[in-house]
Design a protein around this ligand. Sequence first.
Ligand code: NAD
Length: 419
Amino acid sequence: MGGEKNNVLKNVQEHIKKVCDALGTEPIVYEILKEPLRFYEVSFPVRMDDGSIKIIKGYRAHHNDALGPAKGGIRFFQGVYAEEVKALSAWMTFKCAITNLPYGGGKGGVAIDAHKLSEGELERVSREYIRAISPFIGPLKDVPAPDFGTNPKVMGWMADEYSKVVGHHAPGVITGKPIIVGGSVGRGPATGRGIMLTLRNFAEAEGFDPKETRVAIQGFGNVGKSAALHIYELGSKVVAISDISGTIYNNDGLDVKDLAEYAEENPENLKDYPGEKEFFPDTKYALEVDADVVFPCALENQITEENVPRFKAKYVIEGANGPTTPGGDKALAERGIKLVPDVLANTGGVTVSYFEWVQNLQNYYWSEEEVSEKLEVNMTQAFHDVYNMHVERDVDMRTAAYMVAIDKIAQAMKAKGWI
Ligand code: NAD
């Protein structure tokens, strides 16, 4: 386990090194980017419902803030560990740089299983963690957000606790809050909408028509469902969707609106959907059906050297974080299947988080149309930056995305006189 833990950060470091070498940056750029600039480890006591006191461990990393304040989620997960938080904070630095957000990368983690806590315990853990890291965060310093195990309700408590610590209203310290306490309209479907915009931009660049495109989606949660609804509106045909219960397929296209309504009442149970469909128990089968594009929108490590030989699609657009293993990347490249990486395709959520922060700082709130319009401008610009790098440097789109990011960060560090 210890070995595996060390590998997470090591993998990120190897990737940064490869991209720095490809760009020909000065060696100092890699030396700075290989570790977070700042890393905090906190322990804090929380009273549980049975009267006992538990000492809980938490982390917060600021990977690099050359482009702006640190930005990144807070993960509540029993097995969270320091190297993981450091690696995830580096990932956020690159995501924000690729998407032209004026942020650096941050990440936080608390070693608890949120599902095992009562609502009161969850609130006390959330508030105590924010108290413990309050010297290190702030609207102009480090702006957390939800991640695995946390949600808008937790963000609402955390923003309130931070405001109490500093003694004034400070909604801009955290994004992903409920709308009533400063959250942004359009945040919920933002990641799925961003995936639709990515498909549209990618189709234009590659010369195919999204209305004539057959898409298969693995995962029908926040990201998969919203991506499915948005591309259905665009006119694409969604031929397969999977969730934890299995994969459903319809060669003529699934009725996505009907499916989304069904899933509201019957979450995680596509197997029993009464509409026209074929059913396959394999939850990964959506990736292998007869489609033009697949969206992995479930979890990590789904596309590997083992299943890529059976793929029929020409393109992969990553909705989930890390759905493709390094072996999967290699196998896709060997078969000429082009991939649009997560750090570009699934950034609709963090982009609208940025809009939330801007609205909080201005104390002036936008309409849903304004949010949608700005998301489209931002994601289209990011797409073209990466696609142009991919064409000009003749590298795959994942490498191109990291090259765009590291080039910008290196320029900012130079302009600031750090290097
Ligand atoms: P979610 O929990 O809402 O949905 C996950 C879906 O995946 C569910 O439908 C579940 O049934 C399905 N699933 C789980 N295991 C599966 C398996 N083995 N095979 C097939 N399907 C399986 O999660 P989400 O918020 O939609 O996040 C999905 C992914 O997207 C994660 O990697 C997450 O980190 C990433 N992501 C989410 C957001 C966001 O805004 N929610 C933003 C960026 C990236």
